[in-house]
Write a protein that binds this ligand. Structure first.
Ligand SMILES: C[S@@+](CC[C@H](N)C(=O)[O-])C[C@H]1O[C@@H](n2cnc3c(N)ncnc32)[C@H](O)[C@@H]1O
Length: 301
């Protein structure tokens, strides 16, 4: 059946449905995951198109001049390190940029010589693989649930949540206004506005949103962007407000690692319980298991 006939058949089916059941049928069609096997490839393509759009709006390092602290912290790493955004630049894109001489995986250890060592790469975004792992294998069915991505940056967690989950509402909270504008551009272009909302705000002003969320995502939110005392007080605020029993908290890295060296006196065991994850879901695929193992899931007690 070609597109025209399939479309007419769907409309005919809607016309033949009892009028009282049409809203429920439409709601199911909009939110069900039963179509996942038909839409998966298309969703991957859409996310790759979004990455293309965002790459054309950002410098290659994808860090803005307004992010002085983040730039400084990258420079202070013990080994020479560059920021390569894993959502914008997958391995294939990096390979072709290296071939064109526009990017390098190595740095010169003695200027002018051929001695080189691998550059450290850090990413401020999840890659497409990580996002799919999160929505397809880590989080449960999100029908009717509200998800909040703290520090939504390019909006990748939100777009993937729109395409790969049935979450009823996806909120991004981002401190940096320029990144909020980029997210708004994508939301408008791809018509995600019915389920995604971006707030330009410090998460420490969003107590009621945190209190009502069913799932909260925190991908290395504070370490590169706040000073240590600011990180400690932001964590105190999170711990104080993320209290909905049974709600889920997904973090990178673990809570223990995130809080290491910060002056907070929170007893994690009285706040959350860690849910073990299965990292063997891609046995035949060449996935970066070490990266996936940075993902942790907790249930609020
Ligand atoms: C590592 S990025 C996470 C990106 C995105 N969530 C993802 O996983 O792809 C962290 C973001 O958090 C933002 N951020 C840091 N502190 C924040 C705060 N207190 N409130 C809101 N956003 C914050 C930063 O500006 C940065 O864009």
């Amino acid at each position: 059946m070609d597109f025209g006939r399939a479309r007419r058949a769907v409309l005919q089916l809607l016309g033949a449905t009892a009028p009282a059941d049409v809203p429920a049928l439409l709601h199911w069609m909009r939110t069900t995951r039963d179509f996942d096997e038909f839409t998966q490839d298309n969703n991957d393509i859409m996310l790759k198109n979004i990455a293309d759009d965002l790459r054309s709006c950002l410098p290659q390092e994808a860090v803005l001049c307004s992010e002085q602290l983040a730039l400084q912290k990258i420079r202070q790493q013990p080994e020479p390190t560059v920021h390569v955004d894993a959502f914008l630049y997958d391995e294939d894109v990096i390979d072709s940029l290296c071939e064109e001489g526009k990017m390098s995986r190595n740095y010169c250890t003695a200027c002018g010589s051929h001695q080189t060592a691998p550059l450290g790469f850090i990413s401020h975004s999840f890659s497409l693989e990580e996002l799919k792992f999160i929505y397809q294998h880590v989080l449960p069915d999100l029908s009717g649930k509200v998800l909040v991505d703290i520090g939504s940056r390019l909006g990748t967690v939100l777009y993937a949540g729109y395409l790969y989950s049935s979450a009823v509402q996806l909120y991004g909270v981002e401190l940096n206004g320029e990144f909020c504008q980029l997210q708004e551009m994508v939301i408008k272009k791809y018509q995600f506005g019915d389920r995604i909302k971006v707030l330009h705000a410090d998460i420490c002003t969003q107590g009621s949103l945190l209190q009502s969320a069913d799932v909260i995502v925190m991908n290395n939110v504070f370490e590169y962007f706040l000073t240590e005392p600011q990180q400690a007080s932001a964590w105190d605020y999170i711990i104080h407000n993320v209290r909905k029993q049974g709600s889920l908290l997904l973090t990178v890295p673990s809570l223990q690692d995130s809080l290491l060296g910060l002056e907070t006196n929170m007893q994690l065991s009285s706040w959350v319980e860690e849910i073990p994850l299965n990292f063997d879901v891609y046995p035949q695929r060449d996935m970066d298991r070490e990266t996936l193992e940075q993902i942790h899931l907790y249930k609020v007690l």
